[in-house]
Design a binder for this molecule. Structure first.
Ligand SMILES: [Mn+2]
Length: 238
């Protein structure tokens, strides 16, 4: 049994309230032995990315949480490996500041590296019945994450261009999905989550004053809590 949580983006308070609402204790333990799964983009833009990492790390260490890679988590991975970054990209500067401000920053960074090393592009769960991928995945792509095109799709979606305001346009791949596996994804902020064709986008805009949402599996029910945070920047934040 899993509870798959949408893009958290540093919204620590909403994450605590959502997991509590689903019956998890502060240590991420559920009385029915349920596990948490995150669709990626734990960090950036929201108020407490370091706090979210700290919490998820604790749960992951206890085998109570699984993650998949989001595009923001890729940027964090690059920074932790010492790669050069464009300044300010995706809000990482503030996340870096929060991580470096921790009293145990060096150890904390090592722990984050360990978590990210156990963060694949795709999680295939419940004997293939449940698939979690950040921006989704076409049926034909399952098992082909090493293909750079597939990797791009999983992390960024089926981007087809930009609006005049600079917002990314993406094709709605789920509208034509007909696979047997149920796919949970996020990345593109929605007003509300809606199950369609064995898929659900659980990014309900927590960092934009929306809600943080989880899909409960195998029940296929949705749980959400209101976010108390909204980032000011109107630019595309997925
Ligand atoms: Mn994303």
């Amino acid at each position: 049994m899993y509870d798959v949580i949408g893009d958290v983006h540093g919204c620590l308070d909403a994450l605590k309230r959502l997991t509590a609402a689903m019956g998890y204790d502060a240590g991420g333990e559920h009385p029915e032995g349920r596990s948490l799964v995150f669709v990626g983009d734990l960090i950036n833009r929201g108020p407490d990315s370091a706090g979210v990492l700290r919490l998820v790390l604790g749960w992951w260490r206890q085998n109570r949480a699984l993650t998949v890679m989001g595009n923001h988590d890729v940027i964090l991975t690059k920074w932790l490996s010492g790669a050069a970054l464009e300044p300010g990209r995706g809000g990482l500067d503030e996340t870096i500041r929060q991580i470096e401000a921790q009293p145990d920053a060096a150890d904390f960074k090592d722990e984050i590296r360990a978590l990210l090393a156990d963060t694949p592009l795709v999680r295939i769960l419940d004997e293939g019945r449940l698939i979690v991928a950040h921006a989704g995945i076409e049926e034909s792509m399952i098992g082909r994450e090493d293909d750079p095109e597939v990797r791009r799709f999983i992390l960024y979606g089926d981007a087809t261009g930009k609006t005049p305001e600079g917002k990314t346009l993406r094709r709605d791949w789920a509208a034509s999905y007909h696979g047997a596996a149920f796919i949970v994804y996020g990345h593109t902020p929605q007003q509300r989550a809606e199950i369609r064709h064995n898929t659900v986008n659980v990014d309900t805009s927590a960092v934009h004053g929306g809600r943080l949402t989880a899909l409960r599996w195998p029940e296929q029910t949705l749980v959400s809590v209101a976010s108390n945070y909204s980032v000011a920047d109107p630019k595309d934040a997925s």
